[in-house]
Every structure is written in C-alpha cells, then in structure tokens.
Design a protein around this ligand. Structure first.
Ligand code: HEM
Length: 144
C-alpha cells in the first residue's frame, strides 16, 4: 500500500509539473528589451523622421496618414515582439501592393529602423531579434 501511495504521489507530481511547463507564459523578453509599447512608439517616431529625410524612400510616404501609420506599425512591432498589443491595420501584402517597393527601398527602411533603435539605446541583440521577426515579411512587401 505504501509503495502504491508513493508511486501515485510521484505520478501526480509528474503530471502537475508537466502541466506547469505547458502553461508557461509566452516569451515577452524582446518586448521588454524594446522598452514596451512606449519604447516602440519612440522608435517608430524616430524612424519616421529618418524616412522624411531619406531620398531613397520618402516619396513613397507622401500624403500618408502619419498618425495611423505610427499607431499601426507600433502595434505590429509590439505584437511581433511578444507584447500585449493587437495589430489592427490592413493586411501587409495589400497595404504595400501598389508601391512597387524595390530591394533598395526595403533595405533603406530596415536601415532607418536600426538607426532609430540605435538612437533609443536598444541593445544590439534586441535589434537583431526584431529584424529577424520582420524578414519573413519581405516577400509580402517586395512582391517577388
Ligand atoms: C518589414 C518591413 C515593413 C513593415 C513591417 C511594414 C509595416 C507597415 C505597416 C504596419 C503599415 C500600416 C498599414 C496600415 O495602416 O493599415 C505600413 C504602411 C505603409 N508602408 Fe510599410 N512596412 C514595411 C516596409 C515598407 C517599405 C520598404 C516601404 C517603402 C519604402 C513601406 C511603405 C509604407 C507606406 C507608404 C505605408 C502607408 C500606406 C498608406 O497608409 O496608404 N513599407 N507598413
């Protein structure tokens, strides 16, 4: 009987331990490294200033709704980095469909994002992690 009870306790603790690891929180470490939603909003704002001065891409952004772009990109980066936001903008492929974005323009935007993160003292490891999250969108934006 004693052996049976001990075996039962061991089995139950294994099951409970297993459940705990399944219930572990999603990884929000990148979101925290970026300074949460406020930090991301600052990065996006600085990126917008850089875009305005960047002859390679500023023509694409003429006449856009800046507040909407800022809100939607901030929410998107917040969600992608594991934060508690929900992107509610347009489908990314549709939003960029008519722009004819070139490789040079894609790289220019990524460069401006990195410079904006640099200006906001975002650690290089976090910069790389965010860029890694964005790279799969290349084919939706660039329309290969
Ligand atoms: C990984 C790269 C990119 C990401 C994650 C991204 C993300 C976004 C997001 C979230 C929006 C807002 C959509 C909405 O408001 O519904 C947007 C809009 C826009 N994007 Fe991008 N984008 C990227 C690359 C580019 C590039 C390379 C260009 C041009 C050089 C560009 C030009 C624009 C423009 C002009 C808008 C505003 C469209 C409008 O409001 O009519 N994007 N982008």
């Amino acid at each position: 009987m004693k052996t049976y009870t001990a075996a039962l306790i061991i089995a139950m603790s294994l099951v409970i331990g297993g459940c705990q690891s399944f219930q572990s929180q999603p990884d929000n470490s990148l979101y925290l490294q970026l300074g949460q939603r406020d930090g991301i909003a600052n990065v996006v704002e600085d990126m917008l200033y850089l875009i305005v001065d960047d002859e390679r891409i500023n023509h694409q952004f003429k006449g856009i709704n800046v507040a909407q772009f800022h809100r939607n990109l901030t929410d998107q980066l917040c969600e992608l980095s594991g934060g508690p936001c929900q992107y509610s903008g347009r489908d990314i492929r549709e939003a960029h469909a008519a722009m004819g974005i070139t490789n040079t323009q894609f790289n220019a935007l990524a460069e401006n994002l990195i410079l904006a993160m640099e200006a906001n003292q975002i650690p290089t490891t976090a910069q790389n992690r965010l860029i890694k999250q964005l790279l799969p969108m290349y084919s939706d934006i660039r329309h290969l």
